[in-house]
Design a protein around this ligand. Structure first.
Ligand code: 0GY
Length: 299
């Protein structure tokens, strides 16, 4: 069935045939940040969305995962689906326990709906402060959502941009759950890795041991660009080495909103040994840490 949605004119589709990475992830490795889009014919995109993507189905995600050498996925609700988590939940339900999810929840979400999300494999909510993606909800609404999901043992995933840290810092520190920041808090990786604005993000994590970060998105953050994304490396490496038990890695497939290039996903996997240089760091990043948040029952 063809989608009734036409992707934005400047939308770059994901790489059609990624290479096999040179780096071989350890058995049980988790891609802890990826999305599914639609298919739009089955799971319509939200009316309030800020972009219309191409379809990127669960089956395409599983194919990519196998090609890259990963065993498990964490599917993060993307803003193009608003608070309708059906596509993500459908993927979880068809994953045979190999995927967990992060949902978008609203004030109107009932307790029964939260329990159904949990039963499907959701283990977190996502709060998004990136203005080009969403009309952000007020802090007090988000706070009451966080209070409701805390008893389920969930965490809060936060997507914000580095220049907005001061505005939201008090809110972040007030939340009652573990917090996971997307994409290292989106630093300017053309700036200094030590002694500049990035220190503020590092201090936030140093001061709060319930805060975690994803060391993701060289393809989004790098100024020096593909295929090596050299400028991204020292930032991710600093976080992996400073907070080895509080970092997660993911592909960000199918890479929403990239306007300059679309990565071969294997080049992203090949960055792992450059940011996590020992077997131990790689094991924590790819297996132990995601287990702590998403497959707690196995810890
Ligand atoms: C990402 C990044 C982006 C988009 C979304 O939910 C989303 O729409 O997350 C972005 O455009 O920076 O994490 O995939």
């Amino acid at each position: 069935m063809s989608s009734r949605f036409t992707p934005d004119a400047d939308w770059l589709p994901f790489h059609p045939a990624p290479s096999v990475p040179r780096f071989c992830p350890p058995a049980g490795a988790v891609d802890a940040h990826c999305h599914v889009f639609g298919p739009g014919s089955q799971f319509p995109f939200a009316t309030e969305r800020k972009y219309t993507p191409c379809d990127a189905s669960k089956d395409q995600l599983w194919t990519l995962r196998e090609r890259l050498g990963f065993s498990r996925s964490v599917i993060v609700q993307a803003t193009c689906h608003g608070a309708d988590n059906s596509a993500m939940v459908d993927a979880l339900r068809h994953s045979n326990g190999t995927a967990r999810g992060v949902a978008t929840v609203r004030m109107g979400t009932t307790d029964e709906e939260l329990l159904a999300l949990h039963e499907a494999g959701v283990r977190g909510v996502r709060f998004n402060f990136v203005k080009r993606l969403v009309d952000t909800l007020p802090h007090d609404e988000l706070e009451s959502i966080a209070k409701r999901i805390a008893p389920l043992g969930w965490h809060t995933v936060i997507y914000f941009e580095a220049q907005d840290l001061e505005e939201h810092r008090g809110f972040f520190t007030s939340l009652p759950t573990p917090i996971v920041f997307d994409h290292m808090g989106r630093p300017d990786v053309s700036g200094p890795v030590n002694g500049g604005a990035f220190d503020d993000f590092v201090s936030l994590l140093s001061d709060h041991d319930h805060m975690w970060t994803k060391v993701t998105c060289p393809e989004r953050l790098s100024v020096s660009g593909p295929p090596r994304y050299d400028d991204f490396v020292p930032f991710a490496k600093r976080l992996v080495e400073t907070f080895p038990d509080r970092v997660l890695w993911g592909t960000d497939w199918p890479h929403p909103n990239l306007k300059s290039h679309m990565p071969d996903d294997a080049t992203l996997v090949d960055m792992i040994p450059r940011i996590a240089s020992s077997d131990l760091l790689q094991r924590k990043l790819l297996i132990d840490n995601p287990k702590t948040l998403y497959w707690k029952e196995e810890r």
